[in-house]
Design a binder for this molecule. Structure first.
Ligand SMILES: [Zn+2]
Length: 117
């Protein structure tokens, strides 16, 4: 049994969307990304499973979330690229990493790139 609250901690609170000419917009990831559902209440979103894998270039986490409003399941896929750019400053500094968030449906069909975290 996985504790939903433990999984919830793995989900960034916000993602950032690049807007043409208008900078970045911050959106909450506490929402249901399934079609025709506008649930934005974190109490009605239950993370229940997490899968993690990584290769040389990226680390991927897939978090399965059940929506208690539409009774659907969707997956937040969090991809962190390793060493996107080498830091030109001190060596002790962490390598720069960038994360991307995607939403997938239960069958892992891509619902779209949400943004960056
Ligand atoms: Zn929903």
């Amino acid at each position: 049994m996985t504790d939903p609250e433990e999984i919830r901690k793995e989900i960034p609170s916000y993602a950032f969307i690049a807007l043409a000419r208008r900078g970045m917009e911050k959106i909450s990831l506490d929402q249901c990304f399934l079609k025709n559902c506008n649930n934005e209440n974190p109490d009605l979103l239950e993370p229940f499973k997490k899968e993690e894998y990584e290769d040389e270039k990226r680390q991927t986490k897939e978090i399965y979330i059940k929506c208690k409003v539409c009774n659907g399941v969707f997956i937040l896929k969090l991809v962190t690229l390793k060493r996107v750019a080498k830091s030109t400053k001190e060596e002790s500094e962490d390598p720069l990493a960038m994360g991307m968030v995607y939403a997938l449906d239960e069958k892992k069909k891509n619902l779209g790139h949400i943004g960056y975290f």
